[in-house]
Design a protein around this ligand. Sequence first.
Ligand SMILES: O=P(O)(O)O[C@H]1[C@H](O)[C@@H](O)[C@H](OP(=O)(O)O)[C@@H](OP(=O)(O)O)[C@H]1O
Length: 927
Amino acid sequence: MEIKDEGTSEEGQHFLPAAQAIDPEDTQFTSIQKIPNEPQLEFILACKDLVAPVCDRKLNTAVQISVIHPVEQTPTRYSSTEIVEGTKDPLFLTGVTFPSEYPIYEETRIKLTVYDVKDKSHDTIRTSVLPEHKDSPPEVGRRFLGSASFQVGELLKSKEQLLSLSLRTSDGGKVVGTIEVSLVKMGEIEDGDTDHITTDVQGQKCAVAYECTAPDSVSGKDNLPLLNAVLKNPVCKLYRFPTSDNKWMQIREQMSESTLSFHIPKELISLHIKEDLCRNQELKELGDLSPHWDNLRKNVLTHCDQMVTMYQEILTELSKETGSSFKSSSSKGEKTLEFVPINLHLQRMQVHSPHLKDALYDVITVGAPAAHFQGFKNGGLRKLLHRFETERRNTGYQFIYYSPENTAKAKEVLSNINQLQPLIATHADLLLSSASQHSPDSLKSSLKLLSEKTELFVHAFKDQLVRSALLALYTARPGGILKKPPSPKDSAEETSPQDEPPQLRRQDSIPHHSDYDEEEWDRVWANVGKSLNCIIATVDKLIESDSHHKEAGGGGTSKDGDTEPSLEESITPHPKEDWYEQLHPLILTLKECMGEVVSRAKQCLTFVLLQELAYSLPQCLMLTLRRDIVFSQALAGLVCGFIIKLHTSLHDPYFLQQLHTVGLIVQYEGLLSTYSDEIGMLEDMAVGISDLRKVAFKITEAKSSDDLPVLTGRREHYVVEVKLPATVFESLPLQIKEGQLLHVYPVLFNVGINEQQTLAERFGDVSLQESINQENFELVQEYYSIFMEKMPPDYISHFQEQNDLKGLLDNLHQNIQAKKRKNVEIMWLAATICRKLNGIRFTCCKSAKDRTSMSVTLEQCSILRDEHQLHKDFFIRALDCMRREGCRIENVLKNIKCRRYAFNMLQLMAFPKCYRPPEGTYGKADT
Ligand SMILES: O=P(O)(O)O[C@H]1[C@H](O)[C@@H](O)[C@H](OP(=O)(O)O)[C@@H](OP(=O)(O)O)[C@H]1O
């Protein structure tokens, strides 16, 4: 298991070993001026006139960058450039960046060591936090050419922000060339907007030009507390790539963990415990039941109590992980971490290119939400739930069958009752207090609120389900035996086994019962409405007679028409009487009537829930657990994605409008194969993602320093409250400020790409992937229609000019229909559609480590090519740079403590070409 404490150093690129980490507050060294959340120092490198010790072949060079902290003498390896082949004047596309958290000062020395790489498959220029002398890898496949060093302060103060240093051999004698270090200030306008260096990159002349402005939407400074509370331990990389018009674009890649990885599962488990404890209590309060049902209830309660205990234990374990923000791929099977998403990160690419605005591209990368500890022997949720439901429907002679929709409805009504009853009681008390103050205005407004809530309450029971449940419960009480056989209509729907006890029925129908007074419920229920009407009429009369009294200076007259004649007498007010005295008994009646309705409805609906649990109890609870686990992982990712999207798009009024009128599309790219265990993972993932439709967001103003999101609700419906600082909150549209719920539309497209998928395509079955893609295509189309319908016409006409969404959707549909093998075009099109619709992007495979890394780097380079004019000859080099020295190789290191993608040659041969990593970056490791 690998859980890291917040702020502690880890083996990775950007953090010094604990012994070297220094408290920045307590230092005698000169800090580098910082912009919050921006890297402190960034530079790029180029060499000139390198001399090869032996002229056996052309040089293939790479630079290793090491840091010498002022109090230390030994260099610590920090990062490397890519290998540039066949030139003595290499210009490196991979730069160096030190994130804001890194302990670097003007006095820090940077050592640059140039190597000639003879054999890329044995490339050993590796980054680690180990001091250079410790465990130095053997010099297999490379030879040392020369090194140089400089103090950070020298670079910062240099005239042209450029140092040209001599590279010397290890004895410090012979000069073997020069290395140029150019400071990069991304997002700042340089004096004069063109070149500092013109150099030849493999025959391409490129002007190095840094001319850019960082728009607010990119920096989002007001909103930093929100992001800082959520993102942790960033890893940053810097690149420069040529554009098709031979200018440089700069790319910053960033990968951060999220505290939400642990925060959301903890919030969610607490809610499950609350929900289940409440249900267990309601089961206990169900009253007397006949022996069959009573035994069933006892059994259910024993199991349910055990489940609650288990959730409590998991929560206790997770609560010990204070400050954790990352679960590694190697911990995916750990029982106590099952609710935590695997390897969740924000993968961000920031682009600054000449003539174009700065742009940010975010993808959330995470292991497919799946129940690894429970395993996949019997498949995943999609199959298990379907099988369970079918069996339950066909085998229910121990219980009454309610469809999943009806069970969900029962839970919803129960939850509404639990919320509304105390609310109504509060409003009723407020009405009484307005009455005692004799204040007509306050009386009117209290009455308005009371009426609204009571109407909602009455409305909540307007469902056939309540009636059918009442009768079912009646028959389950001791002695509640049906005397009549079921009506022919009912028995046509359901055939009971011959030995079935007469009172046990299946299907959502109301059996007849001669002793059962069906109208009794109607009377009890209608009484709530009637007593509210009495209150309304009384208040009207009180206010009316009060105003008459004031106008006439004497007693008032009653007005006909508003009330039932029978009530008229009792509610005729006498102005001199106390308002409170008049209303108090009516309020008591309302509360009594409501209490009666609540007690009956709660019991009968709880009886419906008992049926859900009654069939195949342990499996039923294990399925709920599995679904909770998968949902928790999916939810943690979603909340992270939502907050980041909100943060980056807050300044865009159209985005905000889209957020509250349409909602956001959330697109998941799955790379799982439809073979062996990964079928089960995909089945889990598909349900987990579709369950996210039950989630809505609400934005509130942050009142305290605790900026983390808050979760409320129950299994059928959750609300995530995201808090924004007051200044930002104020600028939001009214609808959002008023707490309107913001919806999400999750969609999943999966295309297996590895050797397992080859097997599935040749000898197995790909129907799961095909149906998921088809179903989700329909969801995207649905979202697109709502988007077109609800966004303002001026926006839509501009949108249509810029994007051919219709064409992209048609193309996606054709690709899904085409049933081509490993048709990765499906994923590219789905991702493009999502980005154009301003959605949230996710990429997932089993561990979000190897295949995901190939996919996000490919996506990043494709965006650079399609949106930022990346020079076509540099597409593969850019891809190799990102895969060799970028954030994703750090992700692999972080997960398995080894900088190698876990692919062997055989696996790679099965991958579509553009998903294969560069030589020397892959190999078998213990994953
Ligand atoms: O078990 P071997 O034969 O080493 O195959 C690996 C695959 O090649 C990798 O693709 C898996 O990682 P991703 O799920 O991140 O792609 C990797 O997943 P893991 O890191 O969860 O073990 C392995 O399945």
